[in-house]
Ligand binder design. Structure first.
Ligand code: SAM
Ligand code: SF4
Length: 326
């Protein structure tokens, strides 16, 4: 086993796999209103191809956490079959989902070996949900959250993208929603990965603002920072924790241990990468596992020091978040 180390000494252990670029919602910060052209099925990695790449990364290169994402991962047909195969690799296996289909799927996914889920929800108000996602599905998401808790896909976490003028007035309500249900809420600073290119620095609600709003109602104590991207605070009354992923105002690139595989088999070593390595074509052209392992090591070895959001040299990636996976 040789760990996946980049040129800056960072060891990579966390693999995000996008299993589809399709989605049933159209969140304004992620997809354009008119939707996107979905990639044809043959361009996506098959379950066999995903399992093979994951196996090389786990057994030869020290990856010990796998998170399934998308698009919306639960739209991939027969997802429990893939989960069962990946679960055999013995990593921490989780999924990020909009939860709209979890009331039907949570139990099967848990039985197949999925350990836990992060659920994305940015508002508890029905009209706002419709405006934000262009679908009237808030009730389905709430049912999906309950189904995840019932199926033991725990700890369930809630991802909330905080946006100025959109949902910043609900930060405390969303924190309270999590506290009442034993769900750790993770507020994410809005990043320039929206497909419509409308991101502006002024739309980012900063970590400092988020924490101040919550602490004014529910006193908080900071938790010493680990290698996870979220900065964490504990509620002083013992009712769990709340986190912020401050990608814009306090980038954590120096601690980043993630790599990402897109649904069409491209390796991205950073959310904001402008270079990708095509593992689908490598496999389909006959590369053996030694070759794949060397290609992973080389791609991660070339990883840059960090993103440049807010700086003149920043280049917006061609792919939107729904095509990368978050
Ligand atoms: N469809 C699934 C979901 O929504 O959970 C998985 C894919 S989604 C791209 C993964 C995460 O990225 C979600 O939590 C979403 O809120 C987040 N996200 C999408 N666009 C974003 C942006 N521009 N800035 C910050 N987070 C974003
Ligand atoms: Fe779909 Fe997730 Fe993007 Fe929303 S954030 S459009 S649910 S991929």
């Amino acid at each position: 086993m040789r760990p996946l180390v980049d040129g800056h000494g960072r060891v990579h252990r966390d693999l995000r796999i996008s299993v589809t670029d399709r989605c049933n919602l159209r969140c304004s910060y992620c997809m354009p209103e008119e939707g996107m052209v979905w990639q044809p099925r043959h361009e996506l990695l098959s379950f066999e191809e995903i399992e093979r790449l994951a196996r090389v990364l786990v057994e030869r290169l020290g990856i010990d956490a796998i998170r399934l994402t998308g698009g919306e991962p639960t739209l991939r047909a027969h997802l429990p079959v893939l989960v069962e195969r990946l679960a055999r690799l013995g990593t921490d296996l989780s999924m990020t989902t909009n939860a709209t289909t979890l009331d039907r799927q949570a139990a099967d996914l848990a039985t197949a070996g999925l350990r836990r889920v992060n659920i994305s929800l940015d508002t508890l108000q029905r009209d706002r949900f419709v405006e934000l996602t262009r679908r009237d599905d808030l009730d389905k998401v709430l049912a999906g959250i309950n189904a995840a808790l019932d199926a033991g896909l725990t700890p369930v976490k809630l991802n909330v993208v905080a946006m100025r003028g959109v949902n910043e007035d609900e930060i405390v309500d969303l924190a309270a929603f999590g506290r009442e249900r034993g769900i750790g809420v993770r507020f994410i600073e809005f990043m320039p990965l929206d497909a419509s290119g409308e991101w502006k620095a002024g739309a980012v609600v900063s970590q400092a603002e988020i924490v101040a709003a919550i602490a004014a109602v529910f006193p908080l104590d900071p938790v010493p920072r680990g290698s996870a991207p979220a900065s964490l605070w504990r509620y002083r009354d013992g009712r769990g924790d709340v986190g912020v992923i401050p990608s814009v105002t306090q980038p954590f690139c120096g601690d980043c241990d993630r790599i990402r595989l897109t649904a069409d088999g491209k390796l991205r070593t950073c959310l904001f990468a402008t270079v990708e390595t095509d593992f689908r074509d490598l496999m389909r052209n006959g590369a053996d596992d030694d070759h794949l392992a060397s290609a992973f090591a080389a791609a991660v070895g070339d990883k840059g020091p960090g993103h440049l959001i807010g700086q003149p040299a920043f280049i917006r990636p061609r792919r939107s978040m729904s095509q990368i996976g978050g």
